[in-house]
Design a protein around this ligand. Structure first.
Ligand code: GDP
Ligand code: IMO
Ligand code: MG
Length: 424
């Protein structure tokens, strides 16, 4: 029996999960998404080409592997169709390799409208959602009003209309203008595309694969600090992005989880509202945004940038049981004379090294400052070529976090990936 390895974000998303899933895919038989939906934007680059995936797992580009959209995912057929069409056009047919859980919930056009309406109503307190209907869809799932992929096979229109009527009733309370007909026609065209794929009982599929000694990689979306339970609530997404989410989102028993790959940027970013203790408002923040191209891969929104936060990372490592760390975007720090890392928070009544109930109460981050390497990492081919200062930074992080950093990413391309601590 094999185990499921899980790869997930430890910060506020956009850590580079898509890139690394693609890099690791040759080692696995199946790649599966377990939560989130098209709020995700996972970027991959190889051979001069760039792809951004939203709902489709990042394991579709290497070696004809099977990819699964698990029951914990929420799926918008209209956006799914766009993604499928674009991939087909670029010579990546999916029909025989991508399988979809019957239990995954469907994002309806009215869910997207409700997302917009709720955000507008929140005014200044808005979450800054991606507007993809994520919150309303998970709300319907939990309140047992949801529509699932499996419903497409049976009495679908009637079920759709019942759910839609409920949403239209709710929308009457808001002043939102919309053209539902247009949205619905795209959506139903998407449903036709969906029907061309195999709908599966993904919990059986994944467990059978494990029994047959097939390796499975679970691909997280968003990041731990956006988890609905452990993130900076209420400025979070509506799913469990943590490792436990892979158990419920795929139907895998906790004892069958193997490695937990925790991925983080060598600095930190956040999109949308909510607390961010190490956020920079000065020219260092601007430098990180420019050098790191920190603009949303789906929305194009500028990402807020700051120094790496080890208090938050220690917390994320704890709740996920991280066994290996992957550090991304090291090259973005190439030109910095010094690099800062937050090791504690100053609160109104003293310093703490753990995650407080409310991150808004952090008065200021306490930093340790390290020398930068000030050289170009993007062409580095192996760990032996790392500058001394980078090795010192990695040693410092491993000491603080007590988990080995086994991968360092030095550029967006698949090839710009350096493995560390590998046994021969
Ligand atoms: P994800 O949502 O976690 O998959 O990450 P995104 O794709 O939203 O954002 C990560 C961005 O950083 C993408 O534009 C990647 O192409 C890029 N990227 C990934 N790794 C590296 C790296 O090591 N260096 C640089 N410069 N860019 C990277
Ligand atoms: P990937 O998988 C970064 C953020 C939104 C907002 C909050 C809630 O690419 O890392 P939602 O639409 O989920 O209700 O928005 O979560 N958010 C992300 N930020 N990366 C993501 O995904 C995100 N998915 C959602 O900006 O603050
Ligand atoms: Mg992203």
């Amino acid at each position: 029996m094999k185990k499921v390895d899980v790869l997930l974000g430890l910060q506020w998303g956009d850590e580079g999960k898509g890139k690394v899933v693609d890099v690791l895919t040759p080692q696995y038989g199946v790649v599966a998404r377990f939560q989130g939906g098209p709020n995700a934007g996972h970027t991959l680059e190889f051979e001069g080409k760039k792809f951004v995936l939203r709902s489709i797992p990042s394991g579709i580009f290497q070696g004809g592997k099977v990819n699964v959209i698990g029951n914990g995912v929420v799926l918008n057929p209209a956006l799914f169709k766009e993604e499928v069409d674009a991939l087909e056009k670029s010579g990546h047919p999916l029909y025989d390799r991508l399988k979809i859980s019957k239990k995954a919930h469907l994002i309806m056009p009215t869910h997207c409208l409700l997302d917009q309406a709720y955000e507008t109503a929140k005014g200044k307190g808005k979450i800054g959602t991606t507007g993809k209907g994520i919150g309303p869809t998970y709300t319907d799932k939990i309140s047992r009003n949801g529509l699932r992929v499996g419903d497409i096979l049976n009495n679908f229109e009637e079920k759709y209309n019942v759910a839609k009527a409920k949403h239209l009733e709710l929308l009457k309370n808001y002043n939102l203008e919309y053209n539902l007909e247009e949205l619905e026609s795209e959506w139903f065209a998407g449903v036709e595309t969906l029907k061309k794929f195999e709908f599966i009982d993904s919990e059986h599929y994944i467990n059978d694969a494990l029994k047959n000694k097939t390796t499975v990689l679970a691909e997280g979306a968003q990041g731990t600090m956006l988890d609905v339970d452990f993130g900076s609530y209420p400025f979070v997404t509506s799913s469990n992005t943590v490792c436990a989410g892979s158990c419920t989102g795929l139907g895998v028993a906790p004892k069958n989880i193997g490695e937990v790959f925790g991925i983080f940027k060598a600095y930190c970013t956040r999109v949308g509202s909510g607390p961010f203790p190490t956020e920079l408002f000065d020219k260092d923040g601007e430098r990180l945004r420019e050098k790191g191209h920190e603009f949303g891969s789906v929305t194009g929104r500028p990402r807020r940038c700051g120094w790496v936060d080890l208090v938050a990372l220690r917390y994320a490592i704890m709740v996920n049981g991280v066994t290996q760390l992957f550090m991304m975007k090291a090259d973005v720090l190439d030109e910095f004379e010094t690099i800062k890392a937050c090791v504690a928070y100053k609160m109104a009544d003293g310093e703490i090294e753990y995650m407080p109930y409310d991150l808004e109460e952090v008065v200021e981050p306490i930093y340790v400052e390290l020398p930068g390497w000030q050289c170009d990492l993007t062409k580095v081919q192996s760990e032996n070529e790392f500058p001394e200062e980078l090795n010192a930074y990695l040693d410092f992080l491993e000491d603080e976090l007590q988990v080995p950093i086994t991968l360092v990413s030095v550029g967006p391309d698949r090839a710009q990936t350096i493995f560390r601590h590998q046994e021969d």
